[in-house]
Design a protein around this ligand. Structure first.
Ligand code: G6P
Length: 604
């Protein structure tokens, strides 16, 4: 998501910071900023858009001599991508940059505002700098004030802070978001939220652990603390090239993004799935008044996520839900009723068909909601309401973490509506929230599973086609599994409702037809099992994905998270993603940039 850099040394601080930020551009951002402290004076610059805008603004600023600085690229999650919301955020005498989400920022903000603190931005980050200054005024010791600040923060964060009251140090903390600190023989100190920003600069680095914090200065070096006590420095030599650092050591961006799903889902649910209720600060109390139908419109993977969640909207929120491919919707002369909530889903926020469908719905007077990953995109600007999915930039053309976070946002939305309409009891909502909180574990890729998928993939490189089959929610997941496979393997793959095979597709069944059967324990297990047996009796080759051992299959992938339909859904999602990835790798295809496809389709 966002990127952080920091520097203490004698080089041109501005250039070191901007160079570092450039190495983090691959993470995606919509604004950037730096702050430089020299001779007890802090200069700060921010710009919306690309780094070249920031460079333009800092043209006349050339800080040679010794000093320090912090920099940030921001991917908007709280507040629009404006200059005011860009980092660094300032108080009276301090500046801060932050990645992650401060879950209790509203509570802290109210508290500070009641004491007369004036906030400039809409961000959660700004509370950190004001809280620090308040603590400093009370305690008089910057390090103790920083410790006291960290104690109050809930959520995920990586933070760098500079303050005029202690002009030789940069304060740092890591809790749930990555942060690396490094140095070199010249005594320069560098910070980065990814080692890509430090390669070629630092020679030794410390990958901070959650709960680590401390400060650095040229005289004192790196002072690291954990739970109030000093901690030894575990320095590692920094090796590697920039591209592989950007891929986080993974072979492909898609692979990295599959592995990232556990972390980004934590971001997606943060501050939204509270203990006993779902909260969306983006929606107001009247959001759902007078609505009796949800119409979902999207393309590709986003369509599949919408179709999956239509089951949840009907089942949990008891609201009629229709789902349509945007390019079809546009030209069908649809009958639109103002009592409909029109929901568009888009990773990029720029897909032409989805955008046009949204404009049609808006001009027909419908209330519109965008589920989107990119703030300030065309779709976000057009929609009445937006729920950001918080997946961070997705580079692989085959969408993975965007799909996962879309499903998560809509699952929470269906519970939010259920709360409002009282179609579920508070106990039922609380049970769902517990299930939501277990999803990051269900999507975590374990090495054994990945190794198994690597081995298994070699048996699925030929044949005359794949059927992915499932029922209920697992039918859209079958569609998505088939889409992933065909996008990057170029093999023919279709998703089908398992119960529909007998109405035609089963005619194709023979040993060269590969069936990937999604067989969850919690949703119609026996019915899917019968459908798979019918295929097996016709000699189709079956790959069963299930928590239950299934005798009649050729290959079997065991799943473990079977306490709730959605944990089965998410675990199986990861397995189908890994299958597509490994088949594509074996076929020697370009996994991240498959032929004929584009990440964002801005034409009809
Ligand atoms: C393209 C991409 C797909 C994506 C679809 C919709 O076809 O290759 O991965 O699902 O567009 O994109 P959106 O950005 O609207 O979700």
């Amino acid at each position: 998501m966002c990127g952080i850099v920091g520097y203490i040394g004698e080089e041109n601080i501005k250039e070191v910071l901007v160079d570092g930020l450039r190495e983090l551009e691959y993470r995606g951002y919509d604004s950037a900023g730096i702050a430089v402290l020299q001779e007890n004076d802090i200069q700060s610059f921010k710009a919306v858009g690309k780094l070249k805008n920031l460079e333009e603004k800092t043209k006349g600023f050339n800080p040679h001599a010794f000093g320090m600085g912090i920099g940030h690229t921001r991917w908007a999650t709280h507040g629009k991508p404006t200059e005011i919301n860009a980092h660094p955020h300032l108080g009276e005498f301090s500046y801060v940059v932050h990645n992650g989400i401060i879950e209790n920022y509203q509570e802290l903000k109210k508290e500070l505002q009641a004491e007369g603190v004036h906030f400039l931005s809409q961000t959660d980050t700004e509370v950190i700098v004001h809280l620090f200054e308040k603590n400093y005024k009370a305690i008089g010791d910057p390090f103790k004030a920083f410790e006291a600040t960290l104690e109050r923060l809930e959520g995920a964060f990586a933070v760098l802070l500079m303050t005029k009251v202690d002009p030789d140090r940069i304060y740092f903390a890591k809790h749930g978001s990555p942060m690396i600190v490094g140095n070199n023989a010249k005594g320069e100190i560098f910070f980065g939220s990814s080692d890509a920003a430090l390669i070629g600069k630092a020679t030794e680095v410390i990958y901070l652990d959650d709960g680590d914090y401390g400060y650095t200065s040229v005289e004192e070096g790196i002072k690291l603390f954990h739970e109030g006590t000093p901690k030894a420095l575990n320095k590692k030599p920094l090796i590697g090239d920039k591209i592989s650092a950007q891929k986080g050591g993974f072979r492909f961006f898609m692979e990295k993004e599959i592995y990232e799903q556990s972390d980004v889902i934590v971001d997606t649910i943060m501050g939204r799935a509270l203990d006993n209720e779902i909260q969306f600060e983006e929606l107001d109390a009247h959001f759902f008044d007078g609505i009796d139908l949800i119409q979902i419109c999207a393309c590709g993977t986003s369509y599949n996520s919408g179709l999956a969640c239509s089951y949840l909207f009907e089942r949990q929120a008891k609201i009629r839900t229709q789902v349509e491919i945007a390019s079809e919707f546009r030209y069908k002369e649809p009958l639109l009723d103002p009592k409909t909530l029109f929901v568009v889903i888009s990773q990029s926020g720029e897909t032409a068909d989805t955008l046009e469908a949204l404009k049609m719905a808006k001009s027909a007077g419908l209330k519109t909601l965008a589920i989107c990953n990119v703030d300030n995109s065309s779709i976000v600007r057009e929609a009445d309401y937006t729920l950001l999915t918080r997946a961070g930039i997705e580079k692989g053309v085959a969408s993975t973490k965007a799909f996962a976070t879309q499903v998560m946002v809509m699952w929470m939305l269906s519970l939010y509506i259920a709360q409002h309409k009282k179609t579920m009891t508070p106990e039922e909502i609380a049970t769902e929230i517990k299930a939501i909180r277990r999803i990051p574990a269900a999507v975590k890729v374990n090495t054994r599973l990945h190794e198994k998928m690597k081995r298994l993939s070699k048996r699925y490189l030929h044949g005359h086609g794949f059927f992915f089959i499932g029922r209920d929610l697992f039918y859209p997941l079958a569609l998505e599994g088939a889409l992933k496979l065909k996008e990057i393997s170029y093999l023919h793959a279709e998703g089908y409702p398992a119960g529909e095979m007998k109405h035609g597709p089963i005619a194709l069944a023979d040993a060269e037809l590969f069936t990937v059967a999604l067989m969850p324990r919690t949703v119609h297990y026996d019915k899917v099992k019968s459908n798979v047996e019918e295929l097996s009796a016709r000699d189709a080759t079956i790959l069963a994905i299930s928590p239950e051992r299934f005798e009649l299959c050729d290959d079997y992938v065991h799943t473990y998270h079977s306490d709730h339909p959605m944990s089965e859904f998410f675990e199986m999602m990861v397995i189908t993603q890994l299958l597509a990835l490994e088949v594509s790798v074996r076929l020697g295809n370009d996994v991240d940039m498959p032929r004929n496809l584009a990440k964002s389709v801005t034409v009809e």
